[in-house]
Design a protein around this ligand. Sequence first.
Ligand code: ADP
Ligand code: MG
Length: 695
Amino acid sequence: MRPQRLNPLFRPLASLKGVGKALGPLVARLVGGEKVVDLLWHLPSGLIDRRFRPPIAEAPIGVIATFCVSVEAHDPPAPHSPAPYRVLVRDPSGFMTLVWFRARAETVRALLPEGTTRLVSGRVDSFDGGRQIVHPNPIAPPEEEARVCRVEPVYPLAAGVAAGSLARLMGQALADLPDLPEWLDGPLQAREGWPGWREAVRAVHAPEDARALSPDHPARRRLAFDELLAGQLALMLVRAAQRERPGRALAPTGRLREPALAAVGFALTGAQTRVLAEIDADLAHPSCMLRLLQGDVGSGKTVVALMALLAAIENGAQGALMAPTDLLARQHMESLKGPCAAAGITPVLLTGRDRGRAREAVLAQIADGTASLVIGTHALFQDDVVYHDLALAVIDEQHRFGVQQRLALAAKGRAVDVLVMTATPIPRTLTLTQYGDMDVSRLDEKPPGRVPPDTRVLSLARLDELVAGVGRAVAAGSKVYWVCPLVAESETGDLAAAEARHAHLTEVLGPRIGLVHGRLKPAERDRVMEGFAGTDLDVLVATTVIEVGVNVPTARVMVVEHAERFGLAQLHQLRGRIGRGGGRATCLLAYGAPLGEVARQRLERLRETDDGFLIAEEDLRLRGGGEVLGTRQSGLPGFRLADPVAQGDLLDIARADARRIVETDAGLQGPRAEALRTLLYLFERDAAVRTLRSG
Ligand code: ADP
Ligand code: MG
C-alpha cells in the first residue's frame, strides 16, 4: 500500500480549488496525468522578473516592470466600438495608460477603482509619445507587494489553460507538500550539494534566475536523480525477483513451428534465425527471460514473436501477444490466424472493447487453457484476466507502454518469460534508461526484396506540385499518407492545420480523403484507419498519431509537412509505413522555408541512409534524448523530470546506487528501506514494491 504521507500528492487534480469540469481535463492533458503529483512534475520553462520598479517616466520600452500607481480616470470605449478600454494612471514621475482589448467594463472597474493606489505589472510599450501597458497582470493592492514584485515562473501552457489558473493550482499543490523521508545516499547528497526533496520541489517552481531553469541546477538534478533512481531500482528489483523465481525450461520441439512457418510462406532471414536462436536459448534456460528485440520497422519482428510463442505452446503452456492499440491487436490477429491454423491453433482476441458475454467467454478460455495463444491490448493484464498457465508474454511496440504495464503482465504467471519488441531504434545509451538490465537482440537485416523509399526533400512553397503528385499517385493505385506536424505550443493549432489541409486536399482531389488526429475517439480513429487500409479512402491526412506498426501494403507515398519539425528517427519511423507491399515507395519531406543549412543537411541524411540505428545515433547527437523518441517536451517516455542526455552522468550514478541497494538489501529492509519504498511509490513503481512483498 502506498504510504499515507504521499496522499496529498496522489489526490486527483479535481480536488484542487478552481478545477472544474472544463479546466480539469485540459490541465490533466497538459501535465500528462490526473493527480496533483503530475502537476508538480510540470516544471517551469522560463521566468518573468517583476522586481524591476522604475518610475513611469524612466521605464524602458519593451521591458517588464512593476509600478505603484494611483488610478486617475477610466476611459471606456463607446458601445460596440472596437476601441480598447483605457485607464489613465500616474506615479510622481508621470502618467501612463493601461489598455484592454475586449474587456468587460465591470471587470476593469473592480480591478482599478478610481482614486485608489494599485500595483500593476506588465510589459511597457510606447504609444502616441507616452507609455502604456497592454493587459497588465497582475494588478493588486500595495499590501501585496511581496506577491507581485517577484520572479514569476513561466510554465508551458496549452489552449484553455491560462497562466494565471495554472499558477493558482500550482500554489495550492506547493502549499501542501508533504515532508518525505530522505532516500538519497547521504554521502552522495552531500557531495552533490542537493537539497531535500520538499525543498527541491519548491525550488524548481520558484526559479530565482535563468540558472535555476537549467538541467544542471542542484534542485533539478536532485529530482531527476530521484526519478532515475526509482526507475533503475524498480527494474533491478523486478529483475532480481525474476532471477530468483524458478523459471521453466521451454525447449521448442518444432511440432507447431514447422507447419506454421511453412504456412507463412517465406524463409527466415539470417537475422531472424540468429535472433530466434538467442530467444530459444533463453527459453530453454530454467530462469525467466527478459529480452528486448529491437528491429527497424518492416524488419519482420512478428514472425519471430510467433515462433517464440509457439515454443511456449509446444510445451503445453500459454502465450500472450500484447499490442498497444485495438487496431494493431486485430492486425496481428489477422496476420497470425493463417499460420496458427496450419499449426492447429486458434488464437483468441482480447481488447478493451470486448464487453459482457463475449468477453466472459474469452476469459473462460484463457482461464481453462483452451486458448493457448491470446492476442490483445493492455486488456490482457487487467486484474480479472486469469491465465491457466502463461509462460511467455510478447509485448509489441513497447514504447507506447509504461514499464509498469510490462511488469504487470510479467506478474500474471508462475514464471513468465517476457519478450519486448520495439521498432524504435533506441541508441545503446538510452536502452539502459528504458529497459535497465534487459538482454538485447537486434534484427539488423530486412527481409529480401525490400527497397528503401526514395526520399526527397523539397520546399512547401511547391505545395501545388506536391498535391498534383499525390493526385497522380492515387490515380496509379497507391494510397498516400499526408502527415501534419504536432506543434508543441498548441494542440488546437495542429488540429486546425490538419483540418485545413484535409479540406484543401478534398477540394483539389475529391472526397476519398480521411483525417485522423489525437482528439478522435479510439473507435472512430480505428474506423478511419480501416477505411484507409480498406477500399474507402485513398489519402489519409494525419497528425503524428499514425499508429505505429499499422500495415497498409498499398501505401506507397508519404508526404510529411514541415518535416523540419520532426526528429530524424521519428521521420524514419514514419516512412517505414510505406512500401510494405513491395515496389519503390516515395517519401516527400516538405519543409517550411526558410530552412537553415544545418536543418537541411539533417533532412538530407534521411536520403542517404535507411539504417534506423545510424539515424537514431545521429539524432541523439544533434538534438538530445527526447527527440529520438519523438516526444519533444517530456523527454523520454516514462521520464518526467530526467533528461538522460543533459543529465547523462546521473543515470550512471543512479544505476550504481540501485545496484548497490539491490546487492546489499534486496528485500528493502535496511535503514534506507522505508524511504526507498516511498520513492518507488512516488514514481508509481508499485509493481516493483509488490515483488518485494511476494519475495
Ligand atoms: P515489423 O518488424 O515492423 O513488425 P513485420 O513483422 O510486420 O515487421 O514484417 C514486415 C513484412 O515483412 C510483413 O509483410 C512480413 O510478412 C514480411 N516478412 C517478414 N519476414 C520476412 C522474411 N523472412 N521474408 C520475407 N518477408 C518477410
Ligand atoms: Mg510490427
